[in-house]
Design a protein around this ligand. Sequence first.
Ligand SMILES: Cc1cc2nc3c(=O)[nH]c(=O)nc-3n(C[C@H](O)[C@H](O)[C@H](O)COP(=O)(O)OP(=O)(O)OC[C@H]3O[C@@H](n4cnc5c(N)ncnc54)[C@H](O)[C@@H]3O)c2cc1C
Length: 396
Amino acid sequence: MKERVLILGAGYAGAVIANTLAREFRRKIAKDELEITVLDRNDMGVNQGGFTLLPFGLYTPEDLVRPRKESLSPRIQSRFGDQGEVTDIDLNRQQVTTKSGTKYSYDHLVIAMGARPDASGVQGLEDDLNTFYTSMDDALEVGELIRNFKGGRIVVSVSRMPIPCPGAPVKFSFLLESYLRDIRNIRDDVQLTLLWPMEPIGPPEFNKLVTGRLEEKGIEDIRQFQLGKVDAANKMVESTDGRQENYDLLITVPPHKPQQAVLDSGLTDEKGWIAADKTTLQYRGPVGDKDNVYVVGDNGPADIMKTGIGAHYQAQVVSHNLINTINGSNIKSKYKGETGCPIITDMASDAHAGRAYIATWSYNNPPQSFDTTQLGWYLYRMYYYLHWDMSIKALM
Ligand SMILES: Cc1cc2nc3c(=O)[nH]c(=O)nc-3n(C[C@H](O)[C@H](O)[C@H](O)COP(=O)(O)OP(=O)(O)OC[C@H]3O[C@@H](n4cnc5c(N)ncnc54)[C@H](O)[C@@H]3O)c2cc1C
């Protein structure tokens, strides 16, 4: 009988797994012994990592989108729109339902549906929501706001953790500082503040570097400021412990949560995300242990860092384990928490060289001491072009 692999979400993690399996099992697929199906509500892929750079004109929207058909192997059965939008995931019946009412059964399931922003999670935030985190249009709108800002206080607020790529708001703040200083030439007229919801910003060496640079660049750095309330009329934000800060322009990273279908299907744990073993990534949530269900990428456990780099490593582990299982082998790879955070401290301009570094670490290996470099800037800028033709196609 034909073996079925069903992948929910054709984003970073889902696409890498689907493409890896399609290449490995091309003969089985040709002989109709195996079927790989990918479901996604959207037929256009978007590289969210580029949202941070879009407001500064460092990418155009065309750089960040690709029709999914161009990045998924033709050996994969892909369903988009209502046919692909997942509405129910029944792990006991091994069945997934989509908006069109179609039901898909599986032998092996991968849940890779990402995270979604939820501005309603903070009182008043929807009344003054400027964010580069949610879509290209929103990021471009932030670009418009900073292009026209005349002076005053800009507050960049990260409402609470976890969010995808927790380093992105920090690099946004550094880019904004460079932009106001070197491109707009209004740095002296702007008080720039970062409100961060925890004490450290990342692991110790990462925290050390960004703390020093924030101070050096005169970016006010306020920690443990979980966003409790936005008072748009009075242009004021309040932390959950009652501290208040005023602003002229507020740029926020809203809280994030899993997709509605994941919540409605009862897959999440008390921390609000899909529970899985941190090394095998097999489902370990309220529905019971499911060895044939893998949880990958941003919809995964609250305490696995949500990054594209991490999603890529997780996708490789799950791909290996699916290949071994389908081939009847018991050999298992383990995810060791490999992740990374590309940090930019300076944007390239006539006045200054760009400087960046891609810090990487894993569960037991925190990042070593590092600094941002000019080479790092060029590598980081190149990365977005490698995304579609190398990363997503599972060629690296
Ligand atoms: C502003 C920003 C900057 C970032 N910068 C970086 C960075 O510099 N480096 C880095 O490593 N990471 C970065 N990230 C994080 C990175 O984008 C994510 O970690 C990565 O995309 C996670 O991959 P994923 O496959 O889990 O989710 P996604 O790539 O989000 O894919 C999820 C897929 O599921 C689909 N989907 C959702 N709901 C449904 C449904 N009901 N039915 C069917 N399909 C559905 C979506 O359409 C999407 O295609 C950034 C993220 C943001 C928002």
